[in-house]
Design a protein around this ligand. Structure first.
Ligand SMILES: Nc1nc2c(c(=O)[nH]1)N[C@H]1C(S)=C(S)[C@@H](COP(=O)(O)O)O[C@H]1N2
Ligand SMILES: [Mo]
Length: 241
């Protein structure tokens, strides 16, 4: 036992020294995640830096139509609130997603506004951290188009995405926010996005685990740091796949 713990300690110490040596370089190249000082800091920083270096703007795998799962799993139900029910009764005509923070043109967009932008469709896999997954087709507007329309400022580093559902605020860095496959999705498998899957509007981040694809999106906040916006869910902030 003592030998084992000493060995473990030595491995940890060696890893930590390597990370310290690499920290300046990683920070200069934007390779440190915002939770690098947290309890999982060393491991998360290595995962994040390695993935950013290896994959860059690589695309998530896209599937063919015949690979779409027959029964996609809806991991939850729509928020049981009066606000949601009222919007649903109106066919979500009054649903709006606000865009604020470090943008020169803060504002809000209805679903009809979002549909006016060139749509993007992807057949990708949603992978839950619990071990299940499915393939579906999602349609929506790439987040980069909305950031462009809102005039994201040069010192923007993260986009915080807020759900109408309590407790589901999360964030992504600009590499993922500007990634061509990161969508504000309003369609799924050829129809409107169903309430169980986050309808009328969810984020799709196919380069990260399912929990980053927050449902019932009603606000995007562009920010330079995450001090006021801790990551949601209690999961690791970075969930690259
Ligand atoms: N608002 C909200 N967004 C959410 C969740 C949720 O419970 N509420 N679950 C997350 C998790 S853990 C996963 S795996 C996916 C599941 O998406 P699905 O229900 O469309 O399959 O949504 C993510 N986004
Ligand atoms: Mo999940």
């Amino acid at each position: 036992m003592p030998a084992l713990s000493r060995r473990k300690w030595m491995i940890t110490a060696a890893g930590a020294t390597g990370v310290t040596a690499g920290t300046g370089l990683a920070a200069r190249n934007g390779l440190l995640p915002p939770d690098c000082a947290g309890p999982f800091g060393v491991g998360d920083s290595l995962t994040y830096a390695a993935q950013r270096l290896l994959t860059g703007q690589a695309m998530a795998r896209e599937f063919s139509r015949d690979q779409i799962s027959a029964k996609p799993f809806a991991n939850g139900v729509a928020p049981p609130t009066e606000d949601y029910k009222r919007l649903q009764a109106g066919g979500f005509a009054d649903w709006r997603v606000a865009v604020d923070g470090l943008v020169s043109r803060p504002g809000s967009y209805s679903l009809a506004d979002l549909r006016n932008y060139p749509a993007s469709t992807q057949i990708t896999q949603l992978v839950c951290e619990e071990g299940w997954s499915y393939v579906a087709e999602w349609t929506g507007v790439p987040v980069f188009r909305i950031l462009e329309a809102a005039g994201a400022l040069p010192h923007a580093r993260f986009v915080v995405h807020h759900s109408m559902e309590q407790g589901w605020t999360d964030s992504i860095d600009m590499a993922d926010a500007l990634h061509p496959q990161t969508l504000l999705a309003y369609g799924m498998n050829g129809g409107d996005l169903p309430p169980g899957h986050g309808g009328p509007l969810r984020l799709r981040v196919p380069r990260q685990l399912g929990y980053k694809s927050v449902k019932f999106i009603e606000r995007l906040t562009v920010t330079g740091n995450l001090d006021a916006n801790p990551a949601g869910g209690g999961y690791s902030w970075f969930a690259g796949i």
